[in-house]
Design a protein. Structure first.
Length: 274
């Protein structure tokens, strides 16, 4: 199974920039890059912060862009989104409890897309209703299960981000722990930086995001630091026994020494020939 993860696309009004970067242009660039090089992926998951200001226009534009993508696209909402406006444009993604939570059958197991949105806050939430839904799903599905969500369920030890992580992380952990054998991986976003680790033995990972980039300043107290690091998305390969996640820095504009480039022989001699 091969899948793609974009996160924190932060679409905004045409022409507006965030941190000097154009989220609409970068989303288009990420799509063109991913579809050119990874058109064989079976699905694209976008793990939240779809719109920077939760604007209906952004969701309508996203919907029309997705209509032209030749693979299934699965959306989650993040703290910058507006659940009500999102589900007014994507009513099929709201479940009977009003959450944007749903299951997707994959060639290898089942993806569960989770809703960690809460009103009037940038922090993540996972209330009892959402936990009950997830427990029911995990009881019914044989596995393997792939979890997708916006907020990080484990602190990253950078204070400004940890204030707005998944605040119900204990409830979330207690919900998934009994099913650790069938949950293969958690894919999240929100932090705008590449992360990996585990929760109750379940691995997780996050790519940087397709627009603005965070920087892990462990002494920060109020604001997440940012840096001019390349815009990125994730490519994920999974077999019944293994998972590999790559962060592809499609925004990198520098040189790539590869097969067929003029100085590749020198590079090969320096690094590989012994
Ligand atoms: Fe974000
Ligand atoms: Fe976020």
């Amino acid at each position: 199974m091969k899948i793609l993860q974009f996160t924190d696309i932060h679409l905004t009004r045409q022409g507006d920039t965030i941190g000097g970067r154009d989220p609409n242009a970068n989303f288009a660039k990420a799509l063109a890059h991913a579809l050119d090089l990874h058109g064989d992926a079976e699905a694209l998951f976008i793990t939240g912060d779809l719109s920077d200001w939760g604007d209906e226009d952004d969701y309508a534009r996203l919907k029309s862009i997705i209509a032209d993508i030749p693979m299934p696209v699965h959306l989650m909402i993040g703290n910058h989104d507006d659940r009500q406006l999102f589900t007014s444009v994507f009513p099929e993604l709201g479940n009977e409890d009003g959450f944007v939570q749903y299951a997707v059958q994959m060639s290898l197991g089942t993806a569960l897309c989770l809703d960690t949105w809460g009103p009037d806050t940038h922090a993540g939430h996972f209330c009892e209703d959402r936990a009950r839904w997830l427990t029911t799903q995990l009881e019914q599905i044989d596995g393997p299960v792939w979890l997708f969500m916006h907020h990080n369920p484990v602190p990253i030890h950078v204070a400004p981000m940890d204030k707005i992580m998944l605040l119900d992380a204990e409830r979330f952990g207690a919900t998934i722990a009994p099913f650790a054998q069938k949950i293969r991986h958690i894919f999240h976003g929100h932090c705008h930086m590449p992360l990996s680790g585990s929760l109750h033995g379940i691995p997780f990972s996050a790519p940087r995001g397709t627009n603005h980039a965070g920087w892990p300043d462990f002494s920060a107290t109020r604001l997440l630091a940012s840096a001019e690091l390349p815009e990125s998305y994730a490519v994920i390969f999974a077999t019944p026994n293994s998972v590999m996640t790559h962060m592809v820095e499609f925004g990198y504009a520098g040189e790539i020494k590869g097969e067929g480039t003029p100085d590749y022989a020198d590079w090969d001699r320096m690094t590989m020939v012994r």
